[in-house]
Design a protein around this ligand. Structure first.
Ligand code: ZN
Length: 277
């Protein structure tokens, strides 16, 4: 399947909590899965903080939330659901988390990585972003550069587990407030809502209406009945246009230009090496 010039066969969604993907990107996931894209969910935490019920325990809630996430994924046509099992509410982008996410990217080799923008701290003057969301987004970004893509990062993944480095073709950052590239989810909105409903332990009566309203507002500027918006970072094609754009640098600032050029060459070599194995 092609979207925005990107040939997409596999996609991975990295989020902090079971239900984050259904609130955020499930329409796009459903649409792509329908088109034959193999989608993998990578949920970094266990969702065990998501209850105000004094009779609930973290252990019980973890199991409930894994089951809810699996049910939602099934509705959407997600191929694989990976739970890294970090404690909900306690997440930091530690080396351990980074290695675990990099491992999944090297195993599943997505063309597109979807996550939440970790620079988003406060949205629209009414929402303070959950620190786990920020941490998971941060880890996802670090997986692009350098954790999953660089051979000598976490060399045990390559040496011991035989997982070759991998860099996705594009990063899709779910955008709050409707700016960015809008995906038309009109024909899968009901599927998104159905998948959201699978998270029964988490939903108040307002959740469904809220998601419908977001979708409507996001789709409107693009002329769609419902949409999801992304900031798309293209990771595959930056090298070619760079060359003619900087002819003067060679003459004046050769010492600073050199590391850039060798980095680009290194990247090309790495990609070739990765593809041939
Ligand atoms: Zn969340």
């Amino acid at each position: 399947m092609k979207f925005e010039g990107i040939d997409i066969q596999r996609a991975m969604v990295v989020y902090a909590h079971p239900d984050d993907a259904e609130f955020g990107v499930a329409g796009t996931v459903a649409k792509w899965a329908r088109a034959g894209v193999e989608v993998t969910y990578c949920m970094v935490t266990n969702g065990a903080s998501g209850s105000d019920d004094p009779a609930m325990t973290r252990e019980k809630l973890r199991d409930v939330r894994y089951a809810e996430q699996r049910a939602a994924a099934k509705i959407l046509g997600v191929k694989d659901c990976v739970f890294l099992g970090y404690e909900d509410g306690y997440l930091y982008p530690t080396l351990e988390v980074r290695r675990d996410v990099a491992r999944q990217i090297r195993i599943h080799r997505p063309d597109v990585l979807m996550t939440m923008d970790p620079t988003m701290r406060i949205a629209e003057d009414f929402y303070v972003n959950h620190p786990d969301h920020i941490a998971a987004g941060e880890v996802a970004l670090r997986s692009i550069n350098p954790d999953a893509s660089t051979r000598q990062m976490f060399p045990e993944l390559w040496n011991d587990e035989h997982l070759e480095p991998h860099k996705p073709k594009a990063l899709f950052l779910a955008a709050f407030g409707g700016s960015g590239t809008v995906v038309d989810i009109s024909d899968v909105l009901e599927l998104k809502v159905k998948a959201l409903r699978a998270h029964t332990s988490q939903l108040g009566p307002e959740a469904e209406e809220m998601v419908r309203d977001w979708a409507k507002r996001t789709g409107k500027p693009a002329g769609y009945k419902a949409g999801e918006a992304f900031r798309i970072v293209h990771l595959e094609e930056p090298e070619a246009p760079e060359k003619p754009a900087r002819p003067q640098r060679k003459k004046r600032r050769a010492p600073t230009a050199r590391p850039r050029r060798s980095t680009a060459a290194e990247r090309t070599r790495r990609r070739r090496g990765g593809n041939s194995r």
